[in-house]
Design a protein around this ligand. Sequence first.
Ligand code: NAP
Length: 248
Amino acid sequence: MADNESRVALVTGGSRGIGRATVLRLAQDGFDVAFCYQSNEQAALELEKEVQEFGVRVLSRRTDVRELASVRTLVEETERELGPIDAAVTAAGITRDNPLVLMKDEEWHDVLDTNLDGVYNTCRSVAFGMMKRKGGSIVNISSVAGVYGNATQSNYSASKAGIIGFSRALAKEVGRYGIRANVVAPGFIDTDMTSVLSGKVKDKALESVPLGRLGTAEEVADLVAYLVSPRAGYITGAVLQIDGGITI
Ligand code: NAP
C-alpha cells in the first residue's frame, strides 16, 4: 500500500494516553481515524476537533471493548462511514493492582475482560474483512508486565502475556492473507494510568530505567505508526518493547 493512498485506522481506547497519541499520529500520517472510549466523552470530543485539523475524517464512539456485539457495531459503522479498516490498534486497557492474596474476583475479571477479551473482540471483528481484502495491519498494546510480570499485577500481567500469545497465533493464521499482527510492549509511560502511582513507586521504578525518565505516549505512538506503515511490511508476530531499557 502506498503511503499516499487513503487509509482507515481504528484505535480502541483512543480518547486518552497512548491511544490518543496514536489517533493523532495516524491522522498526521493521513489516516482517516475511528476510535472508541469507555466513558470520557469530553476527551473524545476534544480529540475529534484536533484530528480534523489534519484534514482527515474522524469518528468516535462510546464502545465498551468488553462486549463483542458493541465492538462489531463499531467496526461496521467505521467501515460504512470511513471505509474498510486497514489498521487496527488496541490500546484500551486498565489496571486494578492488588497482591494476589488480596485480589478481588472483580479486579481479576475486569482486567482480563478489558485487556484480553477487548483485544479478542476487536481482532475478531476486523480480521474477516481484512482477510477478504487480503491486507491489513494489527497492533496490540501489551506491556513489559506481560513479558516479565510485575508484583501486585498478576491480573494485568496475565492479560498482557495473553495478548502476546494471542497475537503470535494470529500472525501465523493470517500472514498468508497479507495481514500483519504485532505487539508493542511499553514500559513506564507518562499517562493517566501511571499518574495515579505514588511518587515513591515512580521513583523506585525510575531507578531501574537506564534512560532515567518515563516514556511519552507520543514515543509509543511513533512505534505504532511505523508498525502499521509499509516500512514495516516484513514485520509480523514481533513483540517490540519500548521501555527506556527497564528490562535490560
Ligand atoms: P489511559 O491513559 O488510562 O487510557 C486508557 C484508555 O482506554 C482510555 O481511552 C479509556 O477510555 C479506554 N478504555 C478503558 N476501558 C475501556 C473499555 N472497557 N472500553 C473502551 N475503552 C476503554 O491508559 P494508557 O496509559 O494510555 O494505556 C493504553 C494502553 O497501553 C493500555 O492497554 C495499557 O495497559 C498499555 N500500557 C500502558 C503503560 C503505561 O505506562 N501507561 C505501560 C504499558 C502498557 P475513557 O477515556 O473513556 O476512560
